[in-house]
Design a protein around this ligand. Structure first.
Ligand code: ISC
Length: 406
């Protein structure tokens, strides 16, 4: 059995560990030529270039395409290929998956430097969609649906467009996110560009939520749901955390996710260990309820990406029951989520891998960033508290863009 915090993660460069850079050096090396970055509590990855990628086609079967992709990489001399990328919220939509030309791995980020306060953009305008009052109206409609149908929970989100005077410094944004969110999953995935001559188009974020990690026969999922914004005053901050832990509304919102995760893992696992009550975790801006669900695979042939797709979308990003929640999202959210609330991570050819839930993120290109934030709505939700929660969730990216709250 591998150690929990330092899983053995084979890489393109395993044979050449003498050249391995430290995790902090990988973060500092992230730049224009980089194609992937992923920092988890277990390891840090930096990808350069793209050796092979999955044709971007909606509805394509990953079961056939992935082994072909690994085969292409082996034909080109990569002995232990690893696929990286992001899958969208809509399971039928096209994934972004590729094998980098070079992929380096180091241990976890140590954060030996103080959090940087440099801004990643200069001068900016912002535009929320929907604006707060319209989002609150959407939450009220969701509450009506819950009274009139079998819908128990739905996650409703909104966007915040930030437009700077010059190109956003994507590497600095990534570093700022990583420094401010040391316990989370910090990522940058290359996306097909839509503008010519600008900086690369990328999905960049720092998620607190692990959808699933597979290490050999061991599985870990860490569903998160139930949130309270933090306070700068330590007493008030602690009071908010304790209120969150006691809140029946948030415990219910959380329990729906944990139940769905355990149900989805059960067919794959011989043993599942799920604590009876959630614990508190914090990010720089938020408190969350969190449960670590551990399992041992019945059939070790189930890969990390297969497990992730069996779990996705959990009620942390969609709702319960899933079909009704998806209908409600289609009716009440008037924008495409794209990769937001999908999954981001990596998987090797043996099936080990890690997939985080794609939240606290932005799509960045040139001087523009589109930020996303959602909140779980249950029958006891207060529409204006959900507005405040999504505003606090935007702060994760806004702080990293502006260099604030270090
Ligand atoms: C959809 C988001 O958060 C989900 C994950 C954690 C907590 C959540 C909540 O408390 O509502 C959401 O379910 C987001 O951050 O944009």
């Amino acid at each position: 059995m591998h150690n929990e915090t330092q899983p053995h993660l084979p890489t393109h460069d395993d044979e050449d560990s003498s050249e391995a850079l430290s995790a902090d050096a990988l973060l500092r090396a992230y730049g224009k030529e980089s194609s992937f970055f992923f920092a988890s509590p277990g390891a840090t990855w930096l990808g350069r270039g793209i050796l092979a990628s999955l044709p971007i086609r909606a509805g394509a079967s990953l079961d056939d395409a992935l082994p072909r992709l690994f085969g292409q990489a082996r034909d080109r001399g990569v002995q232990r290929p690893i696929v990286v990328g992001a899958l969208p919220f809509d399971p039928e939509a096209a994934p972004i998956l590729y094998i980098p030309e070079r992929l380096e791995r180091a241990g976890r980020l140590r954060h030996t430097q103080p959090a940087a306060t440099e801004s990643a953009l200069s001068g900016c305008t912002t535009n929320e969609f929907p604006p707060p009052a319209a989002y609150a109206a959407g939450v009220r409609e969701a509450l009506t649906l819950m009274r009139e149908t079998a819908l128990k929970k739905v996650v409703l989100s909104r966007t915040l467009d930030v437009v700077g005077e010059c190109d956003i410094d994507q590497a600095r944004l990534l570093r700022n996110l990583a420094c401010r969110n040391p316990a989370g999953y910090t990522f940058a995935v290359n996306l097909p560009p839509t503008l010519r001559g600008f900086t690369p188009r990328r999905l960049i974020g720092a998620s607190p939520e692990l959808l699933v990690r597979r290490t050999g026969a061991r599985v870990l999922a860490n569903p998160i749901a139930g949130t309270a914004p933090r306070s700068a005053d330590p007493d008030e901050d602690r009071a908010r955390a304790e209120a969150l832990l006691r809140s029946a509304k948030d415990r219910h919102e959380h329990a729906l996710v944990v139940e769905a995760v355990v149900d989805a893992l059960r067919p794959y696992c011989r043993i599942i260990d799920c604590p009876p009550a959630p614990e508190l975790i914090s990010t720089a801006r938020l408190w969350h309820l969190s449960t670590r669900v551990r399992g041992e695979l019945r059939d070790p042939a189930a890969t990390a990406i297969e497990l992730a797709r069996a779990l996705h979308p959990t009620p942390a990003v969609c709702g319960e029951p899933r079909a009704l929640a998806r209908q409600a999202i289609g009716r009440l959210e008037h924008f495409s989520r794209g990769l937001f609330t999908g999954l981001v991570g990596w998987c090797d050819a043996e099936g080990d891998g890690e997939w985080a839930v794609t939240i606290r993120c932005a799509e960045v290109e040139g001087g523009r960033a589109r930020l996303y934030a959602g909140a779980g709505i249950v029958p006891d939700s207060d529409p204006w508290l959900e507005v405040a929660e999504t505003a606090a969730k935007f702060r994760t990216l806004l702080d990293a863009l502006t260099g604030g709250n270090a």
